[in-house]
Design a binder for this molecule. Structure first.
Ligand code: IPM
Ligand code: MG
Length: 371
């Protein structure tokens, strides 16, 4: 029988509450489909700092490297505002991305028709929205050196971050974007700031060359990242796949996420290169939302982004496509039925907490698996 090793890293804030709802789905798949998931749990972020004085321990890092897939919750909160920079909660997430070489971050922004009213944009602009942001995740200004604050000795200090991209980093993320576009509507928009940044000039060149070398069946457009942000809120449905660097991707994906009504809805997948022998990619899945310390522990967080992240795991790490489709359909059905957490509440709907939302999705998923 297949065994599938999952490492769960719930993290801080609402991470653990949302993760509990996924554990129900794992149990369901093991029972109903003999999916063979074996769960390990680890600590990341502030909770890891409290336990071991590091944002992730070497032993949990080793378990992440050995797992078939990692499911990550969220990190951070005011409790850890004053911990040293190297040990801050976010450092655990960044180490996971870097050490696992998860260079491709897939952030779909899908607007469920039932939620179009919850968007800050007019219904007709977002109804049926389905875009995919492909964010480079292990390079750019997040990791470039030097990265420091230097004392200039004259009462002034200088903060330095370095934006740096090599050809291979741009080429491999562009390929991921083109390949994914082939499975969708066949269009890629690359975003950078070539009008100001040398790294943007190179980004533009390499994406253009990669396209010409093997992906001319896909349509490629280029947009300056600021104009791209504007177009995302003006006419978001013009986009199919957006490929962009680590920092622009961070910002643009939050904008795209909010178009759909709530940050509490959106999943993401972070993938490495396929292993030469097995073809397996290292992978970590995480909701786009953060730890939401203001509502943590109150049982009101929306677990859908976490559940949808698990659906992406079924699809991309385990090729359980039917199960992933059914889980996504279960989420849509529960939303259609008017069951809502507070963040997506609307008049005439029924407001529920985290557990009840998780149970509703699990019940719908169970019915779909049996059908
Ligand atoms: C994200 C987050 C992270 C990032 C933080 C928590 C370090 O905002 O995943 O988008 O900046 O990448
Ligand atoms: Mg972000």
């Amino acid at each position: 029988m297949t065994t599938r090793k999952l490492l769960l890293l719930p993290g801080d804030g609402i991470g653990p509450e949302a993760m509990t709802e996924v554990e129900k789905l794992v149990a369901l798949l093991n029972a109903e489909r003999g999916a063979g998931f074996e769960i390990e749990r680890g600590l990341v972020g502030g909770s890891a700092y409290d336990a071991h004085g590091e944002a992730i321990s070497d032993s949990d890092m080793a378990r992440a490297m050995a797992a078939d897939a990692v499911l990550f919750g969220a990190v951070g909160g005011p409790k850890w505002d004053s911990v040293p920079y190297e040990k801050r909660p976010e450092a655990g997430l960044l180490r996971l991305r870097k050490d696992m070489a998860l260079f491709a971050n897939l952030r779909p922004a899908i607007c469920y028709p039932a939620l179009a009213e919850a968007s800050s944009l007019k219904r007709e602009l977002v109804d049926g929205l389905d875009i995919l942001i492909v964010r480079e995740l292990t390079g750019g200004v997040y990791f470039g050196e030097p990265k420091e604050i230097v004392d200039l000795g004259n009462g002034q200090k200088r903060g330095i971050d370095t934006q740096v991209y090599d050809t291979y980093e741009i080429e491999r993320i562009a390929k991921v974007a083109f390949e994914l576009a082939r499975t969708r509507r066949g269009k890629v928009t690359s975003m950078e700031k070539r009008n100001v940044m040398k790294s943007g000039v190179l980004w533009n060149q390499v994406v253009t060359e990669t396209h010409a070398k093997g992906f001319t069946d896909v349509t490629l457009d280029h947009m300056l990242a600021d104009a791209g942000g504007m177009q995302l809120v003006r006419a978001p449905k013009q986009f199919d796949v957006i490929v962009t660097d680590n920092l622009f991707g961070d910002m643009l994906s939050d904008i795209a996420a909010m178009l759909t009504g709530s940050l509490g809805m959106l999943p993401s997948a972070s993938l490495g290169s396929p292993d030469e022998a097995s073809g397996q990619r290292r992978a970590m899945y995480e909701p786009v939302h953060g730890s939401a310390p203001d509502i943590a522990g109150r049982g009101i967080a929306n677990p859908i982004a976490m559940i949808a992240s698990f659906a992406m795991m079924l699809r991309y790490s385990f090729a359980l496509v039917e199960e992933a489709d059914k889980l996504e359909a279960a989420i849509a059905e529960v939303l259609e039925s008017g069951t809502r957490t507070g963040d997506i509440m609307a008049p005439g709907c029924r407001e529920v907490g985290t557990t009840e939302m998780g149970d509703a999705v699990a019940a719908a998923f169970r019915r779909k698996l049996a059908a």
